[in-house]
Design a protein around this ligand. Structure first.
Ligand SMILES: Cc1cc2nc3c(=O)[nH]c(=O)nc-3n(C[C@H](O)[C@H](O)[C@H](O)COP(=O)(O)OP(=O)(O)OC[C@H]3O[C@@H](n4cnc5c(N)ncnc54)[C@H](O)[C@@H]3O)c2cc1C
Length: 318
């Protein structure tokens, strides 16, 4: 069987697309699990998005607790003899998947961006060396556990005519000795670059913090309103909070439109925005690397280009 799990419903639905494809090709059942929430409506939604059998695992832990969640998944994997396990690569999935693999004495491929079968052999691709290469990996043990980041796959459209089984079950799970003493919310400016459809991003080409308003004004007229940035702007200069930081060590984004202003286009930045739909780059250096990743390039001084571009779009929007 093929198992899909994420504590994030949206990410779970994305994984179900690939899970469905693999299950059909392997002629297996697609299983999923809801932990920490006794919600049959959610379970039905999972079925509409491609699952054959959904477990609602009863637990005292509404909040993610890695030891218990791992044990529940081990029970489901063993009960269903799952050969392929796809886990959403968010914060909790990253903690869960390797622990699961270690307990089951099997391998784990992390942050895969493509998965496919050749015959009955499963291959997973991952971006390595800061985006300079793609590694193609395969397993020599089962179950084959793979983590997948958000927005790699699109969810299948919901089909309300689909039928499946909903199994409510309390698994015999050992209580762990660790305790969650406190949960502290990360300080955030409420910016969500990861879900933004339009991002206007700024880099070291800006001379001072106040000048970032040029980017904000362009984002505003585009109705996107989301401002991103390269690492130096958030990490070194601290002109914007880390919510805006895009790249290998920042957020990975997939907007329809990404406008990079005064960003050189180093591979670590590209690693975070390479899946964007249309990329526009503004840079005064015609040789800047960013132009290699751009669909449209404007060679010029951003202090001249940005106000003109903003005004031109404002006019057009009228
Ligand atoms: C392990 C590691 C992880 C990293 N992770 C990230 C990451 O997640 N995200 C990230 O962004 N970086 C990351 N970096 C840093 C990355 O290597 C680059 O240093 C960084 O992206 C450069 O930021 P920048 O393009 O804003 O600045 P610069 O490289 O200094 O580029 C500034 C650009 O602005 C242009 N410019 C200057 N003035 C103007 C003007 N008036 N008009 C128009 N253009 C102008 C210049 O021609 C230049 O191309 C990482 C590095 C390492 C080693």
């Amino acid at each position: 069987m093929v198992l899909v799990y994420s504590d994030n419903k949206k990410l779970g639905f994305e994984l179900l697309n690939k899970g469905r494809e693999l299950a059909d090709m392997l002629n297996k059942t697609l299983v999923s699990v809801i932990i920490g929430k006794d919600d049959e409506k959610d379970a039905e939604e999972y079925i509409y998005h491609g699952v054959d059998k959904v477990y609602i695992a009863e637990t005292e832990h509404q909040e993610f607790k890695v030891e218990e969640y791992t044990e529940i998944l081990i029970n489901v994997i063993q009960e269903n003899n799952c050969e392929v396990v796809l886990i959403g690569s968010n914060k909790s999935g990253k903690e869960l998947a390797p622990r699961l693999a270690a307990k089951l004495k099997t391998g784990c491929i992390t942050d895969s961006t493509n998965i496919y079968l050749q015959g009955n052999i499963l291959f997973a691709e991952r971006v390595v060396y800061s985006g300079n290469a793609v590694a193609v990996e395969q397993f020599n043990s089962k179950p084959q556990i793979i983590t997948i980041p958000p927005r790699v796959f699109d969810p299948l459209p919901a089909d309300e005519k689909r039928h499946g089984d909903i199994v409510k079950k309390k698994f015999d799970v050992k209580k762990s000795s660790s305790k969650i003493l406190d949960v502290q919310e990360m300080r955030s400016e409420g910016v969500n670059v990861e879900d933004a459809e339009i991002i206007v991003s700024c880099g070291r080409g800006f001379r001072k913090k106040e000048d970032i308003k040029l980017v904000e004004e362009l984002a505003e007229v585009l109705k996107g309103k989301t401002v991103g940035c390269s690492r130096p702007i958030a990490a070194d200069l601290k002109w914007l909070s880390e919510d805006h930081w895009i790249g290998l060590s920042g957020h990975k984004v997939k907007p329809k439109l990404y406008i990079a202003c005064g960003i050189s286009g180093q591979i670590q930045h590209i690693a975070g925005m390479r899946d964007s739909g249309t990329v526009v780059a503004i840079n005064k250096d015609p040789e800047a690397l960013i132009f290699k990743s751009a669909d449209y390039g404007i060679v010029g001084d951003l202090y001249e280009v940005l106000p003109k571009l903003t005004n031109a779009i404002k006019e057009k929007m009228k």
